[in-house]
Design a protein around this ligand. Sequence first.
Ligand code: OAD
Length: 237
Amino acid sequence: MKNIVILTGAGISAESGLQTFRAADGLWHGHKIDDVATPEAYARDPNLVNEFYNARRRQLSEVKPNEAHLALAKLVKNWHRGEVLIVTQNVDDLHDRAAKEYGVPGHLIHLHGELLKARCTKTNFPTEWHGDILPDTVSPFDKTATLRPHIVWFGEMPFDMDEIYKALLKSSLFLSIGTSGNVHPASSFVEIAKRSGAHTVEFNIEPSVGNSLFDETRIGKATETVPAYVDELLRNE
Ligand code: OAD
């Protein structure tokens, strides 16, 4: 039995044309986290926060999954020695679309939420959402409430943590792809996986903040290193 947990971050979608957060031209250089990614920012100026995510939601129609997303979907489809779980910090839908191409839905957790969902500000029920969200967009669940982006903001609880910890504790291989390791709790997953005896590998164009915690590092673009590694794994299946 060889269960695999894969953590991905903005770096895996960079070559599809989506900005990362912390690069010199990244999202957090053009926008302040405190202005667009906290519950307080939303309470203060819902229009500004909605616009930040509306722009990113619109962008999704201009991009498509790259070779790294596709390689991971191929791994999910062809790995028979255990379970594979992809935990993404990304709010884009590129893993979802790659999984659809391979006919392997599921196996994916969006830890920080999804651009293509909105949720009711009163009931917290999420619903699929492809258009813009405006401060007066009425919730389909409660006519007296509005909708907000289905995004985990700083200070909010990430999704599905129980399921993620369970998977990490029974993993024997942990891969971390295209994440800078700056944001908790995702940055601590490598240590949890190690405690369960997993072999840990980082994929990045440069070593991340927590690189010394990994057993192995593959430096290079995700579209090159990830397909090559998946092929190695599947050759030894
Ligand atoms: P970051 O922008 O912090 O880091 C992106 C990482 O991807 C960096 O380590 C880059 O070196 C690497 N990278 C860039 N291009 C790459 C490529 N072609 N191949 C491989 N690696 C590449 O993004 P995240 O770590 O995902 O949270 O950020 C984590 C969280 O911080 C995000 O989910 C978001 C943000 O604030 C929330 O908004 C809650």
